[in-house]
Design a protein around this ligand. Structure first.
Ligand SMILES: [Zn+2]
Length: 220
């Protein structure tokens, strides 16, 4: 056995559903294995083709914290600078996302205002704050109270993971449908675009890795 620990090849009979989460398939040749515990820095390799199956990932969350902080900064910048130019009673004014929400609401477009608010401000902020709530204490090797509930919450909001795409859709619709608003190609728009990319990277993280952390380092 070298630096890589090799998982046992799976027997032919189908695994019970509870065991499915412990299965891992080789990305290169489709061989299926049972996941085994690895030590820090170890990798599991495919017996058939030698491709990498997975690596020790319980500390994946340490790479996640900088990503969440970046997203939060981009979010603040996106909301601090004007992103749309609006025609309000004949006066053209540059306004932030929040200003646009208020203007839409005042213009009897409450539903659109709610959609814009939810998808561009509320949901991304909730996701980022939930992640921060978990990751900051964990970086100090402390277990945040309500850990299980928050991880479950993040998993349950995953169907809303297409929010980034929806945000762009809403912005485009806003511009196409409404003659009163025009998107400004300024700091806020670029930072918003970057935020969409960072959020997508953040959402590609599997919260189950946090469960593995819980199993390995029980709460104090
Ligand atoms: Zn393989």
């Amino acid at each position: 056995m070298s630096e890589a620990s090799r998982p046992e090849p799976l027997r032919a009979e189908p695994a019970p559903p509870a065991e499915l989460s412990r299965l891992v398939a080789c990305e290169y040749c489709d061989a299926v294995y049972q996941r085994t515990e690895l030590a820090d820095g170890e990798r599991a390799l495919c017996l058939r083709c030698g491709g990498q199956l997975y690596r020790e990932s319980t500390r994946a969350y340490t790479r996640l914290l900088p990503l969440v902080v970046t997203a939060l900064i981009l979010f603040l910048v996106s909301n601090a600078y004007p992103i749309v130019e609006m025609d309000l009673k004949g006066v053209r004014t540059e306004t932030t996302l929040w200003g646009a929400v208020q203007a839409l609401n005042a213009d009897h477009m409450a539903l659109v205002a709610m959609l814009v608010f939810g998808t561009t401000i509320l949901f991304p902020l909730c996701e980022m704050l939930m992640m921060l709530y978990l990751l900051v204490p964990m970086a100090r090797r402390r277990m945040p109270p309500g850990f299980e509930r928050i991880v479950r919450g993040i998993r349950q909001t995953r169907p809303w993971g297409m929010i980034e795409v929806f945000m762009i859709g809403v912005l485009v619709t806003l511009v196409k449908l409404s003659t009163m608003a025009q998107v400004l190609p300024g700091i806020a728009l670029w930072s918003f675009g970057a935020l969409v990319v960072v959020l997508a990277a953040m959402l590609s993280f599997d919260p189950r890795d946090l469960w593995q952390y819980l199993e390995k380092e029980p709460p104090r």
